[in-house]
Design a protein around this ligand. Sequence first.
Ligand code: IDP
Ligand code: MG
Length: 140
Amino acid sequence: MSQTLAIIKPDAVGSGKAGKILAHLEGAGFSVRALKLLSLSAEQAGAFYAVHEGRPFYEELVEFMTSGPVIPMVLEADDAVPLLRETIGATDPAEAAEGTVRKLYAESKGRNAIHASDSDENAANEIGFFFSDHERLGIG
Ligand code: IDP
Ligand code: MG
């Protein structure tokens, strides 16, 4: 088993899709090992997406991620990182495969419903960004 980080983004939380997305993730085989609802400050969102600093969409991304509450969660499964990337689909919902979270629930390439870690190393860092060890169940 391994773990990854998902974030249900402000567009999906604000439009009442969080429950359906959580059910979709559980249906895809993930166990929820930690979860919280919170609002990100601009400083926090900027730090979380620091890898994208300088890209044309960076400021829009930070503004979007601070526009309402988000739901970060730790998800556990076999090969959790690639399984979650497959489950959520391509960044742009117009290019996402049928049946993926982004195809079903995302509005646009920017407002795309959900974040998922893209490597085991980034998953560990991103889990640590939101959760302390005692908040996280399961494998260490
Ligand atoms: P990912 O979320 O599929 O891993 P990344 O390339 O890591 O995609 O981009 C991070 C986030 O930045 C995306 O999920 C999306 O919200 C936003 N983003 C990426 N590219 C664009 C763009 O071209 N326009 C607007 N927003 C973008
Ligand atoms: Mg990414």
